[in-house]
Design a protein around this ligand. Sequence first.
Ligand SMILES: Nc1ncnc2c1ncn2[C@@H]1O[C@H](COP(=O)(O)OP(=O)(O)OP(=O)(O)O)[C@@H](O)[C@H]1O
Length: 253
Amino acid sequence: MREFVLSVRALCKSYQMLNHSVQALKQVSFDVQKGEMLAIMGTSGSGKSTLLNILGAMDTPDSGNIILNGQEVTELLDEPKATQYRSENVGFIFQSYHLLKDLSVEDNIALPLVLKNMDETIIKKEVNGMIDALGLIEWRKHRPVELSGGQQQRVAIGRALISSPPLLLADEPTGNLDYNTSTDILVIIKNMKQSKGQSMIVVTHDAYVASQADRVLFFHDGQAVDEYVCTQDGRDLDRILAKTKAMLEEAGV
Ligand SMILES: Nc1ncnc2c1ncn2[C@@H]1O[C@H](COP(=O)(O)OP(=O)(O)OP(=O)(O)O)[C@@H](O)[C@H]1O
């Protein structure tokens, strides 16, 4: 039986400008299954970042519903509830890593557990396990500036997953990395989230990244206009590229 972790219903968001308003999201609805990796692709300005910001409680919708693990979260998206919602439910992975530059690798990874006031012995055990799984043992005392981009992204993945949030939100997680490092990072993310049964939404312009997902939603002009279910038969990339091309042609881009 399919088990949905996240249900988004009729989500709307507009931004008021000086003499007009921009409708960034128009009645967006979709579901994410437990353990599913959903990629979101789309034209520039189609509302992808707005959606991710709202799901991460960094912005509030005008209307609509977001149900995470059976809980209506649209009421939790204002501070101070938003901070608690984020720490309990969401792990973030950004293109530019967003690590704390003065903290070591192990302290960056430990941060979500420290903020939850967890017992020091448990934190140490969890962080040790994560550093080992990420292949960062020899870098554990180093600061982010001393690491390569791929290593920094591993640290960011560790920090996003350490508290086992049900939902991972990733914004162009391999956008700053070369092809081989991107492939490694995607494998790490997929294996780690799979072992914990976490769901993930990844916003990307990269069709290869999207082809590694279970499903792709295509956004245009604030709406989810198309969908592709990956088959892992080696031809997903071609089909996603073809769908992207068709969408851009239809949009006149
Ligand atoms: N803070 C804001 N104030 C005003 N308008 C905004 C704001 N944030 C986004 N918008 C507008 O909302 C629309 C959707 O923007 P959004 O950043 O979500 O698109 P996107 O799909 O992530 O684009 P891209 O792929 O170029 O990053 C755009 O028209 C954008 O100009």
